[in-house]
Design a protein around this ligand. Sequence first.
Ligand code: HEC
Ligand code: HEC
Ligand code: HEC
Ligand code: HEC
Ligand code: HEC
Ligand code: HEC
Length: 421
Amino acid sequence: MQRISAKILLGVAVFLAVIFQANTLQAQDAAKLFKANCASCHKPTDQKLIGPGLKGIRSRWPDEAKLIAWIKNSTEFLKTGDAYANKLFEEYGRSVMPAQNLSDAEIIALIDWTDKGGDAPASAAGDGAAKADGAGAGAGATETSSDSYLYILIIVGFVLLVLINVLNSVKSSLESLVNEKKGIITEPEPIRTPTEKFRIWASNNKKIVAVISLFLVIWVLKQGWDGLMGIGVYQGYAPEQPIKFSHKLHAGDNQIACVYCHSGVEKSKHANIPSANVCMNCHMYIQEGPQYGKEEIGKIYAALDYNPETRTYGPNQKPIQWIRVHSLPDHAYFNHSQHVAVGKIECTSCHGPIDSMEVVQQHSPLTMGWCIDCHRKTEVDKDNKYYEELHKQFVNDPKYKKGDKFTIGSLGGLECSKCHY
Ligand code: HEC
Ligand code: HEC
Ligand code: HEC
Ligand code: HEC
Ligand code: HEC
Ligand code: HEC
């Protein structure tokens, strides 16, 4: 009897754990994906951001295949002449939704998740989360679901132990009852300490112990793996800066070119953060801002020890301590001019929609996989004179087969030494 109930119990436990894991991982993945790829422009509610709110998206796109095609590459999809998509595009001032490098499965998870409005309304913290922006809601949801996964495991384990205990005592009282009937007198159980009891129980129930240990080991491994994968990845990192400098206001509303401030970006490895003197080209005259009045602009003056009344600089100048957002480890080499001037890649491909960010946030993961993925996929612009010679070499290589793509990878962009010192 004990064997059978233990087996059933284990079956139920495994079943529950699998179900809960599958469910929470899905919601968690969608929330993460949304935060990383969509939250800068969309909310999972019906509120507009840069693009439309995505709640109830399925009812606007009855054909799922079309919806997936749109999300993968909206520019391509517009070319099919789809009336709804083209109307939407006009409605949103012809702002292009960037192509999304995601698998069908990931997109479907995103559609499912946003269609019902993200997890904001469903979670216990519903009210607060619904008010928070898309990114916030996504992050909150992620934490809750991974926490609840842990709680469920603990509860399942606890219930399992209690049930086993109950069954065991039922079993032993039944046994002594049977023995009594048979006239066998059972010796009273010797008094044992809890640890001894546990040891005896464990040696009688090796299978259960094995399965529970297996669960624990898997859980610990999973935690460790998640931790490792997360080390050094700061996607979404958006520290508060010493001055509330807004890219939306400067690069977006006022259309100031990125290179005006990040002057190194086309000619050197680093993009550079502008010095306070660059700010003064304009803020000599613009002494008040629309949102914070004199307060934030006053901090530029403070850094330069500048007196706006007398228009004189004092001796106590100190640089503004901007907090670095993007940062690769020292062993990796990345060069802006290579990508911006030669490769002609837009800032937004790597940094996302900076010109609509009030606070800069890290948009891409900046992992090795991310670099390699783009190098493998991006084809070299053959009309670019710089590559003419290289393209000839590529085509004349004996390994070349017709139809091979001339990618950054074929130029050598996958060689370890290109990116590592
Ligand atoms: C840089 C901003 C931006 C990002 C990032 C972005 N979108 Fe969009 N999206 C838009 C804009 C703008 C529109 C409106 C149509 C247009 O102007 O192209 C749109 C439209 C849509 C639509 C159609 C909405 C409707 O009402 O029919 C869907 C669905 C959509 N986006 C899904 C996504 C998903 C999923 C992601 C993330 C994987 C994403 N978008 C990332 C800007 C963005
Ligand atoms: C008026 C000057 C100015 C303009 C124009 C400007 N930036 Fe910036 N940018 C700054 C300053 C100051 C910082 C540092 C403070 C911060 O992170 O908000 C910064 C930070 C950044 C960062 C993060 C740097 C880090 O620490 O990793 C990126 C990326 C960036 N800018 C990209 C852009 C892009 C892309 C554009 C054009 C769309 C642009 N910037 C236009 C002044 C400017
Ligand atoms: C090319 C001109 C230009 C440069 C360079 C420039 N700004 Fe501005 N800045 C503006 C304009 C325009 C406004 C908005 C004024 C308005 O709308 O009333 C502004 C507003 C601001 C505000 C006020 C925000 C608010 O809402 O109160 C701050 C703070 C600010 N800038 C910081 C900086 C910093 C820091 C730098 C240097 C890294 C810088 N700006 C460089 C043009 C510039
Ligand atoms: C191919 C991807 C890519 C493109 C395109 C790109 N960046 Fe970057 N950017 C990065 C990476 C990666 C870093 C981190 C570099 C590091 O830590 O050494 C970075 C860092 C920065 C920084 C922080 C300061 C620095 O130089 O490290 C600024 C500012 C910046 N980028 C601005 C820009 C601007 C402006 C453009 C467009 C003209 C641009 N970036 C285009 C990938 C890119
Ligand atoms: C959005 C696409 C994209 C991403 C992301 C990207 N690159 Fe590139 N990369 C390019 C293109 C396009 C070129 C070709 C320009 C050239 O030949 O100089 C290039 C060239 C290079 C080269 C020169 C290769 C050669 O053969 O000379 C290096 C080194 C490099 N990238 C490093 C990086 C690193 C490190 C990262 C990640 C932090 C990164 N790239 C991310 C598109 C990308
Ligand atoms: C296109 C550029 C690029 C190429 C090519 C490249 N790496 Fe990397 N690698 C990076 C970047 C960027 C990082 C830092 C990633 C991070 O911080 O998450 C990195 C990190 C690493 C790490 C540290 C572990 C980690 O994931 O952070 C090792 C080890 C490594 N690379 C080995 C290699 C080897 C071996 C090759 C050749 C087969 C290679 N890399 C080719 C860009 C590149």
